[in-house]
Design a protein around this ligand. Structure first.
Ligand SMILES: NC(=O)C1=CN([C@@H]2O[C@H](COP(=O)(O)OP(=O)(O)OC[C@H]3O[C@@H](n4cnc5c(N)ncnc54)[C@H](OP(=O)(O)O)[C@@H]3O)[C@@H](O)[C@H]2O)C=CC1
Ligand SMILES: O=C(O)C1=N[C@H](C(=O)O)C[C@H](O)C1
Length: 250
């Protein structure tokens, strides 16, 4: 059986270098291009890459994906910075290349995917919910893509259950003290040496709290999800948002 021809974009970065090693170690894949900043994207075409793993920066990801989609190269994307406008723009590119698949995974680790799922399940049963995400100080953005997506899913679940705004009697506060408001869910971002990627979703109701916590302790935690995405993305044309769509969570 021929091996899947895979390129990694951002191959010198923290997660990109781990992904390049994981692809090289996979029996059914061949790393045909390892692209860093300043390298030409034409290397993807010249190397015959079938799937690109995009792990660069929010500033680079849209241009890289535009190139991939125009050339019919499927993409597995971990890079953050996704807004409604960006998703719509990508949807327009994909409409012009209907056979191409793009997976955007806010988080590739199974534990983080489950954290999102469990938080979504619990959201309708608790009056209050807040998210604390904790990352290494080299992280480019805040809040994290995972926390943003978790907050969106939680907010959707609350709205579907008919829950209104959360109770909060705060009258005065230093700006930022209550975190960022993501669809009505407060998100607090910690950046600290020694950490990698962690998240707590704290739900509160009458006389009780529930804390759902996930810790990525090494970048290897993201690799099974990256490889799953690479294996599946070509068979799912169009945009898939979230690794959960490639997993059986029933
Ligand atoms: N979905 C998930 O599970 C995960 C997602 N991430 C996300 O992945 C992204 C990268 O994170 P991380 O590895 O920590 O960041 P790094 O800064 O360590 O790596 C990013 C790399 O991409 C390079 N780069 C920038 N622009 C381009 C370009 N146009 N073409 C090729 N390479 C480019 C950078 O080069 P230079 O250093 O020269 O700028 C750098 O080497 C972030 O958005 C992060 O949030 C991270 C971990 C897990
Ligand atoms: O930059 C990181 O490190 C991570 N980024 C992603 C995010 O923003 O959610 C995924 C994970 O948290 C690690």
């Amino acid at each position: 059986m021929s091996k899947l021809r895979v390129a990694v974009l951002g191959a010198k970065g923290r997660i990109g270098s781990e992904a390049a090693r994981a692809v090289e170690a996979a029996d059914d894949m061949e790393l045909v291009a390892a692209v860093g900043r300043g390298d030409k994207l034409e290397a993807l075409v010249e190397s015959g890459a079938q799937v690109a793993v995009e792990l660069t920066t929010p500033a680079s990801v849209m241009g890289n994906l535009d190139f991939c989609v125009r050339h019919g190269i499927h993409a597995v994307v971990g890079t953050t910075g996704w807004t409604g406008e960006r998703l719509a723009e990508l949807g327009t590119s994909l409409a012009a290349s209907p056979g191409t698949g793009v997976l955007i995974a806010p988080n590739f680790s199974i534990g983080a995917v489950l954290t999102m799922k469990f938080s979504q399940m619990a959201a309708r049963m608790f009056e209050s919910v807040e998210i604390v995400e904790l990352h290494h100080p080299g992280k480019a953005d805040a809040p994290s893509g995972t926390a943003t997506r978790t907050a969106q899913l939680v907010a959707e679940a609350r709205a579907a259950a008919g829950l209104g705004d959360q109770p909060d009697a705060t009258r005065t506060a230093l700006e930022g003290a209550r975190g960022a408001d993501v669809d009505g869910v407060p998100v607090h971002s910690v950046r600290l040496r020694g950490l990698l990627a962690h998240q707590e979703v704290i739900l509160g109701g009458e006389g009780e709290t529930l804390t759902i916590r996930h810790d990525s302790l090494h970048h290897s935690s993201f690799m099974p999800g990256v490889l799953l995405g690479v294996r599946r993305v070509a068979s799912v044309p169009g945009l898939t948002y979230g690794l959960e769509h490639f997993l059986d969570l029933s």
